[in-house]
Design a protein around this ligand. Structure first.
Ligand SMILES: Cc1cc2nc3c(=O)[nH]c(=O)nc-3n(C[C@H](O)[C@H](O)[C@H](O)COP(=O)(O)OP(=O)(O)OC[C@H]3O[C@@H](n4cnc5c(N)ncnc54)[C@H](O)[C@@H]3O)c2cc1C
Length: 342
């Protein structure tokens, strides 16, 4: 397909139907954009609030809090495509591939595919070993967490620590294994890290620091975790919380500039990527701002691409934007990921 075949009536396509993607679509409408908007997401759920998944959702059986409803999206005239994983991007023909062979044309594209949990290298595919990122992960975990369930959490980052506390409250027999000598030391420093370690101790949660996982043992279901110390911990459930990496595998052949360390999308201060008409927002992006949330990043992206197009709207510089909440566990002080701090 040549550039002359580009469907410039294709409008705005947002890939990633979570916080940043939703806010980008909403803000494009708020900024006065009237063309077509398509929001594409691989999950089957409407955008929802992820942070409670390691907290109230597990601990108290709280309901999932959705950021929007199908009716609200319909009122904004946002076409929703859920259960639709983007699998490729062809910037020359301005198209995103969805699934095996379905292509969606775009005039402008926003990449908001967030971050996926890292897995343990060379770990066998065993039942009972999960990462915690989606509603479905959290539901599977909640169903299996019973009094006495032997749970090993690999990684004492934010998510691992929150999960440990929630699982303990549900009566599970929890052990945390952490490779660093002090938990979260890179994110919060030694003093706070040591205080967190004491908190786990007070909650009756063994925290094994400076220890690596050597092997997950089991035939079909995980049965134990063998450690670098030579000991094995019996395990019915293993949650791997060793950080998250930007979900950019689907962009591999697109020619877009990705970060050499973690593969995140590199964008400038206008959230514009190295590809024409392609922007990025949220946890997936590296951009030069010291403080902003994924929500702000989404709002900013949606508006920014219209500003650059119409020059009719004003947008405060990020230097003047307030910081609303703490950075995501996958985000570092420069808007990049702290690799093992989830
Ligand atoms: C358990 C947990 C607890 C957290 N707790 C906190 C907290 O306390 N405080 C805090 O600030 N942050 C927290 N976070 C992080 C916070 O949830 C994220 O910063 C935020 O969700 C990022 O939003 P996002 O839209 O950029 O990405 P995400 O929420 O990761 O969404 C990306 C979306 O894109 C989809 N996607 C990925 N690849 C594709 C593809 N190829 N095609 C289509 N769709 C795709 C994903 O399935 C997902 O729905 C937590 C995260 C988790 C998982």
């Amino acid at each position: 397909m040549s550039a002359t075949d580009i469907d410039h009536g294709a409008g705005l396509v947002v890939v990633g139907a979570s916080l940043a993607g939703l806010r980008a679509a909403e803000s494009a409408r708020l900024a006065g954009y009237e063309g077509p908007i398509t929001l594409v997401g691989d999950e089957f759920h409407l955008p929802y609030d992820r942070p409670p998944l390691s907290k109230q959702f597990l601990k108290d059986g709280a309901e999932v809090d959705f950021h929007t409803t199908a009716e609200e999206l319909a009122a904004l005239d946002v076409k929703l495509r859920l259960g639709a994983p983007a699998t490729g991007l062809d910037p020359t023909s301005h198209r995103v591939r969805v699934g095996d062979s379905d292509w969606i044309p775009y005039q402008k594209l926003i990449i908001a595919t967030g971050a996926s949990p890292r897995s343990l290298p060379h770990a066998p595919d065993l039942d009972g070993v999960i990462g915690l990122r989606t509603i479905d992960d959290a539901l599977a975990l909640r169903e299996r967490l019973r009094p006495g369930t032997k749970l090993v959490i690999v990684g004492a980052g934010f998510i691992g620590s929150e999960l440990a506390s929630s699982a303990r409250d549900r009566g599970a027999d929890v052990t945390i294994v952490e490779a660093a000598p002090i938990p979260l030391v890179r994110a919060v420093g030694e003093t706070v890290g040591q205080a967190l370690a004491k908190l786990h101790e007070r909650n009756g949660i063994p925290l094994l620091c400076d220890v690596q996982v050597e092997e997950l043992i089991g035939t079909t279901h995980v049965e134990a975790v063998r450690l670098s110390t030579g000991t094995s911990l019996p395990a019915e459930l293993v949650v791997v919380g060793v950080g998250a990496a930007p979900a950019t595998g689907w962009l591999a052949d697109s020619g877009i500039e990705l970060h050499p360390v973690d593969g995140g999308v590199i964008a400038n201060e206008f959230l514009q990527t190295s590809l024409e008409d392609v922007y990025a927002a949220g946890d997936v992006v590296h951009w030069p701002t010291p403080r902003s949330t994924d929500s702000q990043c989404g709002w900013r992206t949606g508006r920014m691409l219209l500003i650059r197009r119409t020059r009719q709207l004003s947008m405060p510089s990020h230097r003047r934007m307030p910081s609303l909440t703490r950075q995501s566990p996958t985000s570092g002080a420069t808007g990049t990921r702290a690799e093992s701090s989830s």
